[in-house]
Design a binder for this molecule. Sequence first.
Ligand SMILES: *Cc1c(COP(=O)(O)O)cnc(C)c1O
Length: 360
Amino acid sequence: MTREKLIRQLIPQSVRDTSAYRVPEASGFIKLDAMENPYEWPRILKAELAERLANASLNRYPDPQATAIRPQLRQYMNIPDDLEILFGNGSDEIIALLTSNYIATGRSVCAPDPSFVMFRVIANQYHVPFIALPLNASFDIDIEAWESMLAENNPGLIFVPQPNNPTGNLFSKLRLEKIIRQSQALFVIDEAYTAFNDVDFLEWAKQFPNVVIMRTLSKIGLAGGRLGLLIGAPEWIREFEKIRLPYNINVLTQEAVRFYLEHAEVLKKQSSDIRNERTRMVSLLCTLGLSVWPSEANFVVVELEEGRARSIFNGLKGKGILVKCLDGSHPRLANALRLTVGQPHETDALVGALRDLIGR
Ligand SMILES: *Cc1c(COP(=O)(O)O)cnc(C)c1O
């Protein structure tokens, strides 16, 4: 028996036919493609962190409950005492846990379209039927379409990023509430970008029996640490805890999160700098005559002239600036680039490069 033959027998065709998730090589680039926090930590804090990590007990298994970071996160995120928290190795892992065959057995998973690609990718991996919910002309909930699709398909799980990625807008609260009240599905409101706007839906996790909230530390400065949160009524979280792998949050992450949250003022300041820089970036992009979509997140979408997105994306790359080209992800995003808000000097470089490339 050859290895090739064994692989054909044991690995399903559906897996063999796809490719692994890839991210572009980014060293040496101004990196504005992945919604990361662009700021470094002060040298002195880095030295302190190094000391803390050096003393972490890497020979021991991590605390499976990550007890030490819970009170800090409750405080940082204003999580009410009567809601519980489940931790994931990034929210990606929480999406996988919820989508896995254990939840909503036999029912489908939904997310808006366009939206975060991982909802669909993970559903496909678990062979869970995925239904894309269309958005209207302003990328808000298309209420009639959603009502009829939900009635027809009776999904078990619905992901709603609030604000949405990659469009940057918040969905109408009234429309979302209307859908939630009508549906027998669990709604996961994904607040990955909550640090960059003034709304949150934590109260809904108490108010509605079918709502839980997902958050992450990735966008505020710990993308490399991988910590996602699912926040919900104890009855929900208790069930999900049973299918979480016990040691999913490693010792170094727990220690680093603890340290970062002891210096929460640094994180808060960075998020607020990013918000201010978003405002400046939008106005600079507008001076180039570009169509800039309003954003409640740490990225901005610009729409270019018909058919130019790919070439401008490549032009930026040639100038050492990495952004996200949305062409190919959805018909209505064919002319769009998604630009993560970086540091001021990075914005200036980006705007200068764009000016050269579009000839203004
Ligand atoms: C970036 C992002 C996440 C974060 O994923 P992590 O695995 O926590 O890094 C989740 N949801 C949306 C909509 C995002 O854009």
